[in-house]
Design a protein around this ligand. Structure first.
Ligand SMILES: [Cu+2]
Length: 222
């Protein structure tokens, strides 16, 4: 293990230069050019540039850490799905469901390459509050999924492998609303989508939900 103290000390090996002016360095793409940075090895007799790269915005501060400090210290790659204690988790597609509690509708949804379950929901009514509890079933590194629904006034979700997060959505009009994955997850990312139908207040449209194109499962209205 590394002691923290060790890495509070400046390294005598490297120097970084942040450079405001980059004229003639990069392709002329507009009135402003990107800023640049350069990393030097200063361990020898003569300093040597070992990396020369563009940076975003005005460069001011930098901190460097040895790669091993990150690599060897409990790097988190996934959240084990078995340890997920979220009260509205769906640990598999068979646990996905939509449950009405008065005017609150809880969608227990799963995301895995490359679909949501359920991905088609009917029976939401004006006046409802819809809570999408989306569980990312992936147990592989670097496969987050996103979730967004058209008309949501807050944000989207970004769900790490094994995690469950919730988006609240209050429909403001009757109609069909697409929902979709908002984080590129595979070549079939664009297929991670579905629809929610919102009916008028007081409508008798039963709450149904299913995956894909098959006929709605015979699930009783709740
Ligand atoms: Cu996705």
């Amino acid at each position: 293990m590394y002691s923290r103290w060790k890495y509070r000390k400046p390294s005598p090996k490297y120097l970084i230069a942040y450079n405001k002016i980059t004229k003639d360095r990069y392709l002329p793409t507009g009135p402003e050019l990107t800023q640049s940075a350069q990393l030097f090895d200063i361990s020898g007799e003569k300093m040597q540039m070992i990396l020369d790269f563009p940076t975003i915005g005005e460069p001011h501060y930098a901190q460097a850490a040895p790669a091993d400090l990150i690599r060897n210290n409990g790097q988190l790659k996934i959240y084990p799905i078995g340890d997920n204690k979220h009260p509205r988790v769906a640990k598999g597609e068979s646990e996905s469901k939509v449950v009405r509690e008065d005017n609150k509708v809880h969608v227990y949804m799963t995301a895995v390459r490359s679909h949501f379950a359920p991905d088609n929901i009917e029976g939401i009514r004006m006046g409802d509050e819809v809570y999408f509890h989306v569980t990312n079933l992936e147990q592989d590194w670097d496969v987050p999924h996103g979730f967004g629904i058209k008309g949501a006034n807050n944000a989207e979700l970004l769900i790490m492998p094994g995690e469950t997060t919730t988006l609240k959505w209050v429909p403001d009009r009757v109609g069909m609303f697409p929902m979709y994955c908002t984080d590129f997850c595979s070549a079939l990312h664009q297929e991670m989508q579905g629809y929610v139908r919102v009916s008028p207040a007081g409508s008798k449209t039963p709450l149904t939900y299913h995956v894909g194109k098959q006929a709605p499962a015979e699930k009783p209205a709740q």
